[in-house]
Design a protein around this ligand. Structure first.
Ligand SMILES: Nc1nc2c(ncn2[C@@H]2O[C@H](COP(=O)(O)OP(=O)(O)O[C@H]3O[C@H](CO)[C@@H](O)[C@H](O)[C@@H]3O)[C@@H](O)[C@H]2O)c(=O)[nH]1
Length: 317
């Protein structure tokens, strides 16, 4: 039986990845850095199928000891601070949780050779894309979060080349689900539109709805993470749908599928966009399709439809 260790199992991606790997017959150990209950795993009905441990992923010694005890075949490094907005509020914390954890995990892996590891990268590293971005597109990070993720990407490449380790980064574009935190924009929009459809007279206040993102479905994306570790050669890949759309499109569709006209319920203004956000994010998925053999099944339309259905049915995705 193959063994996987998911560092940061309590988040959206960790929980769906645990479900995917358990379905493939893996033994799954998952870590979290705090004592908070594993609510997402509970929602997926998986809490009693996963061995849970507490771990500070920035502590090299603690990670090393956990690897020695669990002896996983595969490690998925998914912990960290994942909100761009929150990284502006706590830049040092964002660097420690993302770059610090990457450094510690890579060092622990260097002392435990033969274990493959996936690291979660971010499309935010590219900044505004002029052309659809691939893994050779230069980075232009625009937030403390993106800067920390840029460090992660290059540190993983450095270890792969210097020490011949099977470590790689999936550069993840936006990926959504009902397990997303309530402060992420898709959850804000779908939750509000659903309440309005049920009779609430609230207004949804959004500000600038012109930024363009490639919106995917998190349960699809975790399958790509797993495929990356099953390859003989470690390589970085873009994980995205290949279709980008403005936030305005997502808003319009979210209200339309509920039979509402978004213009009756949403306050926005595109004339004073914040200077610190990435405006255009496009992905080049050709290498992912050709060499990884993975294509997203759900694009922005499916994301909105599925989020709306899950919200209505109270399902976890
Ligand atoms: N108008 C408006 N836009 C918003 C709001 N909140 C967020 N946005 C915009 O909506 C987009 C997505 O924002 P979030 O859902 O907050 O996600 P994020 O923290 O920016 O980044 C997510 O995606 C990245 C990949 O693009 C991931 O790397 C990151 O971890 C995270 O999952 C961004 O363009 C952001 O500026 C809001 O209240 N109003």
């Amino acid at each position: 039986m193959l063994k996987a260790l998911i560092i940061g199992i309590s988040g959206q991606d960790g929980s769906y990845l645990a479900r995917h790997l358990l379905g493939l017959g893996y033994h799954v150990t998952g870590s979290s850095r705090n004592d908070r209950p594993f609510l997402n795993l509970d929602r997926l009905g998986l809490s009693d199928q996963v061995e849970m441990v507490r771990l500070d992923p920035t502590d090299t010694m603690a990670v090393t000891q956990l690897l020695e005890r669990v002896r996983p075949d595969e490690v998925y490094a998914l912990s960290g601070l994942t909100s761009v907005a929150r990284s502006f509020a706590d830049p040092a914390g964002a660097f420690a949780a993302n770059a610090g954890a990457t450094s510690a995990i890579l060092e622990a892996l260097r002392a435990n050779r033969g274990i493959r590891c996936f690291f979660a990268g971010s499309s935010e590293c590219f900044g505004d894309t002029q052309m659809p971005a691939n893994c050779d597109t230069p980075f232009y990070p625009r937030s403390p979060y993106a800067t920390a993720k840029a460090f992660t990407f290059w540190q993983v490449r450095t270890y792969r080349q210097a020490f011949d380790m099977h470590v790689s980064t999936g550069i993840l574009f936006s990926h959504e689900s009902p397990l997303r935190g309530a402060d992420f924009v898709t959850r804000k929009i779908i939750s509000s539109a659903s309440r309005i459809a049920r009779g609430s007279d609230e207004r949804l206040s959004l500000g600038d709805i012109s930024p363009i993102r490639d919106w995917g479905w998190a349960p699809d994306f975790v399958e790509a993470m797993h495929l990356m570790l099953r390859r003989e050669q470690a390589e970085d890949f873009i994980i995205a749908t290949g279709r980008s759309a403005p936030l305005a499109y997502l808003v319009e569709r979210a209200f339309a599928v509920l039979g509402l006209d978004w213009r009756d319920h949403v306050d926005y203004r595109n004339d004073a966009p914040p200077t610190n956000i990435v405006r255009r994010s496009y992905a080049d998925i050709s290498a992912t399709q050709d060499r990884l053999g993975w294509t997203a099944r759900t694009d922005v339309d499916g994301v909105v439809d599925r989020l709306t259905q899950c919200e209505k049915a109270g399902e976890p995705g």
